[in-house]
Write a protein that binds this ligand. Sequence first.
Ligand code: UDP
Length: 479
Amino acid sequence: MGEGRRPHAMMFPFPCSGHINPTLKLAELLHSRGVHVTFVNTEHNHERLLRRRGGGGALRGRREGFRFESVPDGLRDDERHAPDSTVRLYLSLRRTCAAPLAELARRASPPVTCVVLSGLVSFALDVADELAVPSFVLWGTSACGFACTLRLRQLRQRGYTPLKDESYLTNGYLDTPIDWIAGVPTVRLGDISSFVRTLDPTSFALRVEEDEANSCARADGLILNTFDSLESDVLDALRAEFPRVYTIGPLAAAAAAATHIDRAPTTNGLSLWEEDAACVAWLDAHPAGSVLYVSFGSLTVMSPDALAELAWGLADSRRPFLWVIRPGLVAGAGDNHHALPEKFIEDTKDRCFIAEWCAQEQVLRHGAVGGFLTHSGWNSTAESIWAGVAMICWPGFADQYINSRYVRDEWGIGLRLDEELRREQVTAHVEELMGGGQRGEEMRRSAARWKAAAEAATAKGGSSYGSLDKLVEQLRRLE
Ligand code: UDP
């Protein structure tokens, strides 16, 4: 690279919050280290972000070396609300986006010197090849989640999945021990991923996960939102397979540290949903560690029965709780999106705040929050680790099972609910996590230790800070 020139990363995440948020944080970190960034959203999300309070400013405002662009996603409006909208989006992106992305890159000045993508958009590796620039994948799960997803192919080839019939879901088969995933302790087959639960020999989701994870081998580097001491065994195993693994997380912590250390500006608040600021004022009125935060991320859909069990379980705990019920969380609830029983609302009005969406990192780091009931999505888990908040896990999709397995058994910072929610178990777990008992104390102590480890990793001189340095060096060298 000539003196004074900067690497230019074109960054393209799969268009959902769980991918956009970490990619945006990585973009900020790279920019704070002198990398020129073009961040590409889909036109649909770009419009959505422009409508957000504060979002328009961040997107329209001119910042030296950081700009937003958009490409069409090819979906019709009616397809966005279809039950299989994520699959349609995945296929449509593959059909539609490669040419406009390549075109954007060709027109860019200074020239694009690398492509950084999130998982599920591996077609963008072809764009990088076409442009003859290196590519990097920010795979958005934990390292253990990635290692398990990589092995879905072997699980299929060895006949563990697809399941033979319905009975295998409940006859104990999912407890089959799996002890041959390098770096991962013996785990239950059912803990590996939701995708092993399929009965369909041609399961599209299973093949997509396998293919997307394995396609990371084509990239010049794999970037993970984790830190070395959290997942050392599995990272050692992955490093034996992938020559360049950059562990730069927790990204939320790294971005906050960069704001502090390097005075990097941030795109915080650039959220697809409007954040309810009133919940923070509500938290302010509560004593330290007293509130349970309840949220299931951007994609989970639950049945009205599960919602009711959860609601009554929370009500019976008699503890204050902040509950995010985003539009679309409850299947078939239509406009009355939260569909909570009147009596529940009446009974809990003094100790419950319901928001459609919140600034989750801020909420988790608020002193009043003492526990997190979560779907164990990796971003939420990593944010909770950084905040030092112990969890009650209710996993239901993809890597959420393995994340919750690690949260409970490897890191000692959480409990797990059964798949079928029962109010008594919800209440008992809330009491165990938030009450004064020994197990709750132990989990809180472990959570405080992991918080300190996350902060050390992302501070100057820490492993994640150093790994980001190496990534930036590599971007400069490969130019
Ligand atoms: N999130 C948020 N406000 C909310 C709920 C979630 O900002 O009210 C963010 C959360 O901080 C995280 C992301 O949405 O960064 C969810 O990602 P995760 O991987 O946990 O779950 P997914 O949505 O992919 O299932």
